[in-house]
Design a protein around this ligand. Structure first.
Ligand SMILES: Cc1cc2nc3c(=O)[nH]c(=O)nc-3n(C[C@H](O)[C@H](O)[C@H](O)COP(=O)(O)OP(=O)(O)OC[C@H]3O[C@@H](n4cnc5c(N)ncnc54)[C@H](O)[C@@H]3O)c2cc1C
Length: 364
């Protein structure tokens, strides 16, 4: 049995920021990730971040884990476990079960910060199990982590920031993006990303969807069609598009299994991607030993994940009596930064979702 003040599950941007805040407070901190290296989704984000300097604006996503790890590795009170799956949380005893491929380990933590991220949503259409149909995360991993081209001609489905950014990265890898289809009547992500695609000659077809993949062994084409406002296919609008990859960027859903296990009050909030824990403004769940951070609390993006991670880390440490330098000023600044990130037109939906998931009055 390992004992720690705080366990952080997931070393993506949210978990790394949370562990850093916990480590700075002096709390013994155990940071666990299933993967062999830290970073979560950041390990494939080759572009420079927007936003403020505090959230690494101007730095490439792939560089951020190293910067944070450099600080964490100097903290003797922070222990790191890679290649380790957190498979269970026993709310009555505060015991976590961890599995590192060879051993089962128990860890008892006074506080747990759950920063497990999100999983890609699939899309139902005929033949969607043909090889060549990928999630955008898988395409990004193949290209940017393993240096493997997923195919030669890609149909992208979904115009959120992930669909737009992964399309542009495909073009940079000399893959042709034959079109991007979006069922909604307008582009979901930032127009600055869409403009780059348009300049590269990629047709962005709003009010369109994919209805069928064609091919015997692998994808050889897709059938796309126009949809009405209720996303019903308009008869006679179907047409074939030659491609060998259909890439789905149709949303993510929070990975919340451990929060169900922890007995946290959960709420279905479509604007945040699915079921999320009800939390207070400091990311504390209804089980007072549990905090949530990043996409696990609602799908947003890496900058907001880092901010919510830091808020959760500071709050969890303080709840155990550890002193965090200028904690109140830092929390106020972090909350202002979050509000700024969510202030754009795409932030409206998120703000409504967060309001729905936050306990009445902002405090338990
Ligand atoms: C394809 C794709 C492209 C994106 N592009 C951008 C972008 O360009 N810019 C941007 O700002 N945002 C982007 N995002 C969003 C951004 O990556 C996420 O919002 C952000 O990574 C969320 O951070 P997180 O720490 O909450 O989760 P993640 O980064 O997903 O990290 C979660 C971590 O938890 C670990 N984990 C999960 N379950 C367990 C468990 N049971 N035990 C141990 N470890 C576990 C995982 O291995 C992972 O390392 C993209 C997302 C995707 C999917």
């Amino acid at each position: 049995m390992r004992e720690t003040d705080i366990a952080v599950i997931g070393a993506g941007p949210a978990g790394l920021a949370a562990a850093l805040a916990c480590g700075e407070s002096g709390a013994t901190t155990l940071l666990v990730d299933f993967m062999d290296a830290p970073g979560g989704q950041l390990i494939k984000q080759t572009h420079k971040f927007f936003g403020s300097e505090r959230q690494f604006a101007g730095t490439r996503g792939i560089q951020i884990p190293d910067i944070i790890m450099d600080q964490l590795s100097k903290m003797p009170n922070v222990a790191l476990m890679w290649g380790t799956n957190a498979s269970g949380y026993y709310a009555d005893s505060g015991v976590l079960t961890l599995e590192d491929g060879a051993r089962f380990i128990k860890a008892k933590a006074k506080r747990v910060i759950i920063a497990t991220g999100a999983a890609e949503k699939p899309l139902a259409f005929e033949n969607n199990d043909l090889p060549g149909v990928y999630g955008a995360g898988a395409v990004q991993t193949l290209m940017n982590v393993h240096g493997v081209k997923p195919g030669d001609r890609v149909l992208m489905v979904g115009s959120g920031n992930i669909g737009l950014i992964v399309s542009y990265q495909l073009i940079q890898a000399h893959v042709e993006v034959v079109a991007l289809v979006e069922a909604a009547g307008r582009i979901g992500g930032y127009l600055v990303h869409a403009a780059k695609l348009r300049r590269a000659g990629v047709p962005i077809l709003t009010s369109h969807t994919v209805v069928r993949a064609l091919g015997e062994e692998t994808v050889r084409a897709a059938v796309v069609a126009e949809v009405d406002q209720s996303w019903q296919v308009k008869p006679g609008s179907e047409r074939e598009v030659a491609c060998d990859v259909i890439c789905l960027a149709v949303g993510l859903t929070p990975l919340v299994d451990m929060m169900w296990q922890a007995g946290c009050e959960m709420k279905y909030v479509p604007a945040l991607g699915g079921h999320v824990p009800v939390r207070d403004e400091n990311m504390r769940a209804s089980n007072p030993a549990v905090y949530v951070a990043g996409d696990a609390g609602g799908v947003e993006e890496a900058s907001s994940a880092m901010i919510s991670g830091e808020i959760a880390g500071i709050s969890a440490a303080r709840s155990l009596g550890f002193e965090v330098k200028e904690a109140d000023a830092r929390l106020a600044q972090l909350k202002a930064d979050l509000a700024a990130i969510r202030s754009g037109p795409t932030g409206e939906k998120i703000c409504a979702g967060i309001k729905c998931a936050t306990v009445c009055g902002g405090e338990w």
